[in-house]
Design a protein around this ligand. Sequence first.
Ligand code: CA
Ligand code: CA
Length: 730
Amino acid sequence: MPLQSTLSGRSSGSTRALDTQSDGKSFEQLRHECLQNGVLFEDPDFPATDSSLFFSQSVPVQIEWKRPKELCENPRFIVGDANRTDICQGQLGDCWLLAAIASLTLKKDALARVVPHDQDFDHRYAGIFHFQFWHHNQWLDVVVDDRLPSVRNQLIMLHSASNNEFWSALLEKAYAKLHGSYESLKGGSTMEAMEDFTGGVGEMYDTKSAPDNLFRIMKKALDRGSMMGCSINISSSAESEAKTTTGLVKGHAYSITGLEEVNYRGQTVQLIRVRNPWGQVEWNGPWSDNSREWNYVDRAEKTRILQNSTEDGEFWMEFEDFKRNYDKVEICNMTPDSLTDDTKRHWEVSMFEGNWIRGSTAGGCRNYIDTFWTNPQFRLELEDADDEDDVCSVVIALMQKNRRKLRKEGMDLETIGFAVYESPNDEDHQGKDFFRYHASKARSRTYINMREVSERFTLPPGKYLLVPTTFQPHHEANFLIRIFSEKKAGALEMGSNVDADLPDPPMPSAPEEETDEEKGLRRLFEQLAGADKAISVRELQQMLNGVLSRRKEIKFDGLSLSTCHSIINLMDVSFHSLLSDSFQASGFRMSIKFTLLFFLPTQLELFFLDAVNQVDNTGKLEFQEFKVFWEKMKKWIMLFLSFDTDRSGKMSSYELRIALKAAGMHLNNQLLQLVGLRFADANYDIDFDDYLTCIVRLENMFRAFQAMDKFQRGRVKMNIMQFLMLSMNV
Ligand code: CA
Ligand code: CA
């Protein structure tokens, strides 16, 4: 559901994390219950079975789920400190997660949120633990039981170097639960986990094409509490985790834990400290643990910076060597709510949720100009420039939601990206021509199949239009957009208003002034109508099919009875008077103004007659009404034909927005998505009958609503009777 919530300037730091257990109970409740009943918690939401481990492969060895007390003498949640040596990789290819956990241990306040310290193996122990993760702009509290997968009494997944410390293994389990299984954690970027631990927004730098001041950017980021990771690219999967002669591991996620400048033989040298989450295998080049460069550094400096030179996975290297050897740097910028220190600068955040749905809003990138414009569009207003600058810094991050969880169902990441245009002044959803004739001002560097695409821009103050897309059209996903700006920015979704500007239909011509077409129609009408001079639904169907079959440019299988029923309701007074009867029945007094609003002018007369005679209309259409309808119909046919450019008798469902707009009705993305799902076929086309049903029903409902909403407040009150009358009759 497209939903806007602008969180600018509001810190959600104090908001409580959402309990996620399916029975709705909190960690405290569950632990209390277990303690009272004298049992250890067994999590029904993430059972100790193979399905929690893998979804695509069978379990390779005999795995036993064991509780820490079955694995060692004196288990502890945290031994000493929760620090980066507590994170040793297990059987899973989730080094990206481990590198993020390692970075997290360096930020005590962030760590305390993810790993609440109110738990241990002491008197309150009940086999249950909990952790908190940021998930789609919401902090979630995830509980786990402490049964951990093991083989021969050894933990096979993430574990601590000390064999009686369990916080890191349990954290991995909770994160696996959040994503559906341990296997779901295979492969990822450090950034992803960093964001989930902090709610921050990631930025990526390619070291080979990085800005000259990358060291400064990184140093500043580290000082501002950002988390950072780095990695070496691989060109094939065979290269994954291959070791270089200098001791570095390819395709492996490292964390960055320090940046320093030292005086070396009279020169300033920039150094960076990197950590291998394996807790071993280190760089062996210049400035590594026991390299001779350190002998030329002032002893106090050396002690302060080097700290120790043990084989712990952590090492220093010269920044130039770092850039030569590593390819990618990931920085996770903190949101205000993850920064506790008020003196630190922080970002203003705006946020939107939305989705790409086949047949309505899954428009694809600019290469697909016919559908590109149908993507959700957002306006961003950058009013104030950064301090000491005349441009606005903004980081735009587009995230696709829930993909890791959907992998189980065979769905992988979509290829996503976005473009930024200068925005026109109106708040309308922009059409094809706007994008045909305007070039983008900025865009994501590439379209890529990652969970999140983010990019930093500096833009002059002004109004911008942001269009998030999948690369190809018709690909579905839910997304979250976060816009981080130095100064507060306004943001809104384009075309989010739902309204209708429906003109009163023209008065039907007097019988003596009828055109030849109308005279022809009258003859046909009278043949069908018989003595009562009105046609029923079936007769209308017969009549319209007869007339339309002569229009060679419309190819279709005939109008359905249901469409004709809606047409009768649109034109016929009975539908409206039934509705108004129920208003009277419920004690609603109709004012004259109300009745005037409620009925089409041509029907007023009939209404008053009917009101006197007590409505007995059974849903027939008289010729005067039919004439009014026929005028509408001609306009709708013209609209349909203008979108059915290949004369296939169908129009693209993506074009429905324009067709409805031309008919005076504005729908937002959510409604267009619904209509698309309901009426479009497998090729995202709508045939003439469905098109007509859709347009007639919408006009019916808009008119009914506008009549009931007599003070134009945008809302109406209905009782069950009225509601059912409307929904069954439309
Ligand atoms: Ca520890
Ligand atoms: Ca070391």
